[in-house]
Write a protein that binds this ligand. Structure first.
Ligand code: SAH
Ligand code: SF4
Length: 436
C-alpha cells in the first residue's frame, strides 16, 4: 500500500516540477513513507530519518509520512528532531504544497494528521515516465475491522472506497501505456463497496469490479491483496472458474490455526471455515498457489495453539507465507493483554514456520519444473548478464535469458530448475500476440 501511495505522490511531485533522484545523497528533500504495523518497522524508519540527518553535509528537508507520522504526531519531533514535515496517510496529497511552503520558509515545520476523505487524484496518479508491465491499483483505503492486535484502523481510519469508474479509468490508462497485469490493493479488498454499492445477481461489488476488469482488453492478469477469509464467499470463489484473467494465486491471511486465538484476535472465522475456502478454491483451480500471513506469539498462545497453526500449515501446504512475531501496538485492544510470550519462544515458533514455508514452497516449485509457463517479463534480473525476471500466473518469480525489448511482453518459458523462492528456465516462445 505504501509503495503504491509513494508512487502516486511521486507523480504529483513531478507535476509540480520536483525531480526524483536515484541516490539519496543527491536529494535535497527526503520523504520516508512509514508503516506502524510492527514496532520494528517504526524503529527502522526513525533510525533512517536520524541517520539521514547525521550524514547530511548540506541541510536536507526531511519529511515523515504515513502511519507512523499519524500515530506519533508531534512526538516525532522529539524522536527525530530534524524532521520538518509530518503527514498522515490521509493527507499525502498535500505534500507537494507543503514542500513548496517549507522550501520558501526554512524555519517552519508542518504537521498534518487530519482524517480527510480520500483524494481521488492521488489515488489514481501513476508515474507516467515509468513503464510498468505490472502495476498496483489501490481500490480502497482504511479498515473497518478491529483485529485486536492491529493498529491500521487507528492510523488509516474507516474504509473509503474509490468509485468503480475511477478504478476502471485508471486501469484503462495503465493498459494504454502497456501494463498487462494489475494487483488490486486494499486492507480487505473483498469488502470493496459493501454497504455503499449494490449486490447484483448475488455478486458483491468486488466481484463486479473483477468482472469489469476482465473486460479490459489489454489487461491479461488480475491479482488482489489482501482478501479477508470471513468475507470470501461463493461469488468470489466461483469467479476463479469464470474469470480467465483472475490469476491462480490467492494471498489469504490465516493469522493463527487455533480457534481460541482467532477469537482473541477478533478475526471472525475459524480454522474449519478457512479450510473450506481453501478446499473450494482447490476444487475450482487444483494448482492454485495459496499464501498467507501468520502471527506467532499472540498473547496467550500456548504450545497447543501453535501446534494447531503447524497442523493447518501441514494440511494446506501454503507455498508462501509472511510469518510475523507478535508486536504489541499502543492503543490496540490486545495491548491490555500485555506481551506475554517471550522473544525466545516467538523466535523458535517463527523459525519452525519458516522451515515449513521453505519445504512447501520448494515442493510447489518442483511441480512446475518441466512445464512451459506464460511469463510476464518485468525487468532485468539483479544478476544482470542478459538475465531477466518475470512471474508465472501463480506469482512465482522466474529468471531466464532475454533481451530488453521483451520487457512488458508475455513469453512462454520452459521451467528447467527451481530453488525455494525462484524458478529458472528458458524462453521457448514469445506470446505477446495472444488476445486478451
Ligand atoms: N489487512 C490485511 C493485513 C494488513 S497488516 C489483512 O487483514 O489481511 C499485514 C500483516 O501484518 C497482517 O496480516 C498480520 O499478519 C501482520 N500484523 C498486523 N499487526 C501485527 C502485530 N501487531 N504484530 C505482528 N504482526 C502484525
Ligand atoms: Fe488490521 Fe485486521 Fe484491518 Fe487487516 S483486517 S488491516 S489485520 S484490522
Amino acid at each position: 500500500m505504501n509503495e503504491r501511495t509513494s508512487e502516486g505522490l511521486v507523480a504529483l511531485l513531478q507535476d509540480r516540477g520536483y525531480v526524483v533522484v536515484d541516490d539519496e545523497h543527491c536529494a535535497e528533500v527526503i520523504l520516508l513513507n512509514t508503516c506502524s504495523v510492527r514496532a520494528q518497522a517504526e524503529a527502522k524508519a526513525i533510525g533512517k530519518a536520524n541517520l539521514v540527518c547525521q550524514r547530511q553535509s548540506q541541510r536536507k528537508l526531511i519529511g515523515v509520512l504515513g502511519c507512523m507520522a499519524q500515530r506519533l504526531g508531534k512526538a516525532l519531533y522529539q524522536k527525530s528532531p530534524s524532521t520538518r514535515l509530518i503527514v498522515g496517510p490521509n493527507c499525502i496529497e498535500k505534500v507537494p504544497a507543503y514542500l513548496d511552503q517549507l522550501i520558501a520558509h526554512p524555519r517552519e515545520r508542518i504537521l498534518d494528521i487530519q482524517m480527510r476523505p480520500m483524494d481521488r487524484k492521488l489515488a489514481a496518479a501513476h508515474d507516467e515516465n515509468k513503464f510498468q508491465p505490472s502495476a498496483f491499483v489501490s481500490i480502497m483505503q482504511g479498515c473497518n475491522m478491529r483485529c485486536t492486535y492491529c493498529v491500521v484502523p487507528e492510523t488509516r481510519g474507516p474504509e473509503q472506497y474509490r468509485p468503480i469508474k475511477d478504478i476502471l479509468q485508471e486501469i484503462q490508462r495503465l493498459s494504454a501505456h502497456g501494463t498487462k497485469e494489475v494487483t488490486l490493493l486494499g486492507q480487505i479488498v473483498n469488502h470493496y463497496g459493501i454497504g455503499q454499492m449494490p449486490f447484483r445477481d448475488e455478486k458483491s461489488p468486488f466481484v463486479q469490479l473483477l468482472e469489469e476488469i476482465q473486460g479490459i482488453a489489454g489487461i491479461h492478469r488480475i491479482h488482489f491483496m489482501s482478501p479477508h477469509p470471513a468475507e470470501f464467499r461463493k461469488d468470489l470463489i466461483d469467479a476463479y472458474s469464470r474469470l480467465s484473467k483472475l490469476c491462480p494465486h490467492v494471498h489469504l491471511p490465516l493469522q493463527s490455526g487455533s480457534d481460541s486465538i482467532l477469537k482473541a484476535m477478533k478475526r471472525s472465522y475459524n480454522s474449519a471455515q478457512f479450510l473450506s475456502i481453501v478446499q473450494a478454491l482447490r476444487q475450482r483451480v487444483p494448482t492454485i498457489s495459496i499464501s498467507t500471513d501468520i502471527i506467532v506469539g499472540f498473547p496467550g498462545e500456548t504450545e497447543e495453539d501453535f501446534q494447531m497453526t503447524c497442523a493447518m500449515f501441514d494440511d494446506i501446504k501454503f507455498d508462501m507465507a509472511f510469518v510475523f512475531k507478535y508486536s504489541m501496538r499502543p492503543g490496540t485492544v490486545a495491548e491490555q493483554l500485555g506481551d506475554q510470550i517471550s522473544q525466545e519462544i516467538k523466535d523458535e515458533r517463527n523459525q519452525i514456520l519458516l522451515e515449513k514455508v521453505k519445504q512447501y514452497s520448494q515442493a510447489y516449485n518442483e511441480t512446475m519444473v518441466g512445464q512451459v509457463k506464460e511469463i510476464l517479463v518485468e525487468h532485468c534480473a539483479k544478476r544482470g548478464q542478459g538475465q531477466f525476471e518475470g512471474r508465472t500466473p501463480e506469482h512465482k518469480k522466474v529468471i531466464f535469458a532475454a533481451e530488453e525489448a521483451l520487457i512488458g511482453q508475455l513469453v512462454q518459458v520452459k521451467i528447467e530448475r527451481c530453488a525455494t523462492s525462484t524458478l529458472f528456465g528458458k524462453i521457448v516462445e514469445i506470446s505477446s500476440h495472444r488476445q486478451a
